[in-house]
Structures are given as C-alpha cells and as structure tokens.
Design a protein around this ligand. Sequence first.
Ligand SMILES: [Fe+2]
Length: 179
Amino acid sequence: VLEAEHRYIQKVVGVVALHADALESGTPPDLDLLSRVVEFIREYADRLHHGKEETLLFPALEQGGVPPQGCPLGILKHEHTAGRALVAELAGAVDGLRAGGEVALGPLVKCLQGLVELYPGHIWKEDYLLFPMTGKVLAADAQSELAAEFEKVDQDFGIDRIHGFEAWADASAASAVGG
Ligand SMILES: [Fe+2]
C-alpha cells in the first residue's frame, strides 16, 4: 500500500522538478499547479501517507524492537518534518503570489528544489530499507492487522478523494511530460 502511494508522490515530485526548471528559465509560476501541489503534498503525502507511517507503521516497528531514534525511524521522521517545513514555505509563497505581492522567485525555486532533493532519497530509504525491514520485524498476522488499519485510514480519508489525488498525479505527470 505504502509503496503504491510512493509511486504517485514520485509523479508529483517529477512535476515539481520540471516546474522548478521552467521557472529558472523564465516561465512565470503556474499558481493553480502550485496550489494543487501544496494540497497534494499536505493531504495525500503527509496526512494520508505519512499519517499511516507515523501513527501505525512506526509504532508497530518500535514495539517490535526497532529503536525510535537514529536509523532508520528517527531519520525518516526528521525528513517528514523537513518536508512539512518546505510545504509551509511553498504555501506561503503561493499565497503571496496570489495576493499580488512581491515574491522573489529565487526562494520559490529553492523551495521546489528542496522538495525534489528530499523526496526521492526519502522514498528510496523507505522502499529499500524500511519496508524490507518491516517484513522481518513484523509477523504475518501483525502485517495483516496493519493492512486492515490502513484500510480504515483510507475509508476515513475518503476513497474517492484518494482516487482523485491519484488521478490528478497521473494526469499532471502526463501533461508535464507531454507539453
Ligand atoms: Fe513513505
């Protein structure tokens, strides 16, 4: 489940990377796109996806004997916090641009590039370190229990909303590459 969500997050990070490049070469910021990016990262990546990790998976692993600090859980939690700070910065820049205020493009581009630098490495650590480790730490029944709890999180978040975010990630990645 979490790996599947990573694929959608990566698509959006790809869109962010292309937009950061475009801004650097003089294209004006696409405020609608940036607002959707903020919403996607806050809701889908952070509330839904990191929510599952921080409220369900990490505590289960800690119970299984994985230390809460250091490698890998402490680092991953720290990266989630860093991601939140970058998105807050991005949201502030987008609000400033919408209000017609003077927002320097340099910091906006830096913030987008910060997200592009943070997420792929973070996702790599989870796909190749955290999830394989989970398979060793948690017994099969604990894993299916976790899967059931994830499903409940999805229901609470709204299945249609999840599909909406995923469809938007697909569509914006396709259109960013296509044009
Ligand atoms: Fe993740």
